[in-house]
Design a protein around this ligand. Structure first.
Ligand SMILES: Cc1cc2nc3c(=O)[nH]c(=O)nc-3n(C[C@H](O)[C@H](O)[C@H](O)COP(=O)(O)OP(=O)(O)OC[C@H]3O[C@@H](n4cnc5c(N)ncnc54)[C@H](O)[C@@H]3O)c2cc1C
Length: 504
């Protein structure tokens, strides 16, 4: 286990554990002042609390057996795991509210979980926490053609939302690589991006309203179907990206847009990294904003080809996946222009998809990048250092130098069009000496990203993995406001304690 991850994880998690029995009826017990006695972190969830949870949801929706809890002890982040006290599966907002009242009363940590695909440790349990998993709240409640909105429960998968939208001839653009299983609640809580972020933006740009259960069990609605609404602070924007620390999102109202009439997909390969970076700059300066402008480096290309057998050339340093969508005439013109730019910048091979099947095959070069890299080594640490587009070539070169300096295998791919890179270290968490080098390497990578005017995370969030970098990045004034907001909304610190930042 990587101590540098673990150490960051739980130092703030003291004094938040169950205080034992409550035989009062749930509603009455919740009105009482909370017990003052705090329990040590290694104390399991008390039987009476498990009994209360069972009475609330039914025993079949409360997991307590060790073997049942193991799948909920980690998320998509390498080298982080912790056993929860139990896992509960509410089916309604009212149940979520009652669960939070109970947890707040007993000061039990609650870790909200969608599908657990997060890459910063956000849904890794605090020790003995209640993991509140929303996957059974997965209904699509309404698709409103007149207002171009979709209302869904938070546990609906991104794919289900995309499918329902497509079936109505409309378009929901955010497409995280995990969309087949990630939930819309998780997407909102992380403000997830995706391959279409360059042209269409990220999840936040499509959230019109949210139903949120606050830590004390109050249910709050923020936002509505109006295109314009400036009444009060924009609270929905506070909950977008809040990583399960301020409230539990139970319903999401999303903005939909018309479906683009056509799309063209192409792949260009380059003998040198700088040629690819220059092609990206020239495409944007053209000005063309493709819906997808993704990048793979040599290590990633080789792993993808070995895994997916797409027919990618293995003798190149960089690959760009480009997609343009919209009116067919505009798409044809933009595609021809992008091809011309890539060739002018030195691309030796530009492959344009012949049809939808070919397009899906080319796009799979990028979509399978993470899985392809993950096969190569026991531990895959994927980060998302992000820089302004103009600094991309510098940042990619820096990552390559760092890999050499620390003798590590780092494959890099990512959203070239929006400066969001995924340096991915292929390592082995059982080797503490190598993990120490990984830690040092990423420290330098984040410092360089910030020095170039970028950020420590473009889309994966802070969670546990990036927690130690936030104070320096955000500065004192911002940290003070962040802490005050969290104390105000969650005075007993039950929601995702120890994540994102410490309150002390
Ligand atoms: C293969 C792969 C590809 C990926 N590609 C992308 C990508 O392209 N872009 C991108 O941005 N991310 C990507 N991710 C990261 C991840 O999929 C996203 O962060 C996703 O939004 C997480 O959704 P989830 O349902 O799995 O949430 P979880 O991992 O379960 O939770 C994530 C965080 O959100 C909180 N949370 C979850 N649901 C709620 C809720 N209803 N209310 C309040 N808080 C909640 C959790 O407490 C946790 O802090 C990828 C991950 C993998 C494994």
């Amino acid at each position: 286990m990587a101590e540098w991850f673990k150490a960051r994880a739980w130092k703030a998690c003291v004094g938040l554990y169950p205080t034992g029995s409550s035989n009062l009826p749930l509603s009455a017990s919740l009105l009482d002042p909370p017990p003052s006695q705090a329990h040590p972190s290694d104390m399991p969830l008390a039987e009476p609390i498990l009994k209360e949870l069972g009475q609330l949801l039914g025993l079949e929706r409360v997991l307590t057996a060790q073997e049942d809890l193991i799948p909920y002890s980690f998320d998509g982040t390498a080298a982080l795991r912790e056993m929860p006290g139990c896992v509960v599966f509410p089916k309604t907002t009212q149940e979520v509210a009652q669960l939070l009242q109970l947890a707040n009363h007993h000061r039990i940590p609650v870790v909200t979980r969608g599908s657990g695909t997060g890459l910063s440790g956000g849904s890794v349990p605090s020790p003995n926490a209640i993991v509140l998993c929303l996957v059974q709240m997965n209904r699509i409640l309404e698709l409103d053609q007149a207002n171009l909105t979709l209302l869904a429960e938070a546990g609906a998968t991104t794919q289900a939302i995309s499918d329902a939208t497509t079936a109505a001839g409309l378009f929901y653009p955010p497409d995280p690589g995990s969309m087949k299983i990630s939930t819309i609640g998780g997407n909102v809580a992380e403000n997830s991006g995706g391959l279409r972020g360059l042209k269409y933006g990220v999840t936040r740009n499509y959230v019109m309203g949210l139903e949120v259960v606050l830590p004390n069990g109050e249910i709050l609605w923020t936002g509505n179907k109006c295109v314009k609404d400036v009444a009060g602070y924009s609270l929905k924007d506070l909950f977008v990206g809040s990583e399960g620390t301020l409230g539990i999102i139970t319903q999401v109202l999303l903005r939909l847009i018309p479906k683009p009439a056509s799309k063209k997909t192409m792949v260009a390969t380059f003998a040198e990294m700088d040629q690819a970076a220059e092609a990206v700059s020239a495409i944007i300066a053209a000005p063309i904003i493709p819906c997808t402008l993704e990048f793979l480096d040599r290590i990633t290309i080789c792993c993808v080809e070995d895994y997916a057998k797409i027919g990618l050339p293995l003798d190149c340093e960089a690959l760009l996946l480009m997609e343009t969508d919209g009116h067919p005439a505009v798409v044809a013109e933009e595609a021809a222009h992008m091809e011309q730019i890539c060739r002018a910048k030195g691309s030796t091979d530009v492959r344009v998809a012949r049809d939808d099947i070919d397009a899906a095959l080319l796009a799979s070069a990028r979509r399978s990048a993470f899985s392809a890299l993950a096969r190569v080594a026991p531990t895959t640490i994927l980060e998302d250092a992000t820089v302004p587009r103009s600094e991309l070539a510098k940042m990619i070169r820096f990552i390559q130098e760092i890999a050499k300096k620390f003798n590590l295998r780092i494959g890099t791919f990512g959203h070239m069009g929006d400066g969001n890179l995924h340096p991915t270290c292929l390592t082995d968490e059982r080797n503490p000496e190598e993990m120490h080098r990984v830690e040092l390497a990423f420290k330098e990578i984040f410092a360089e990203a910030v020095r170039l005017g970028g950020t420590i995370t473009g889309e994966h969030g802070i969670g546990i993995a990036k927690k130690s970098f936030l104070p320096d990045f955000a500065g004192n004034a911002q940290m003070r406001v962040l802490r005050e907001l969290r104390r105000t909304l969650d005075p007993n610190q039950i929601l995702n304690p120890g994540k994102m930042f410490d309150l002390a």
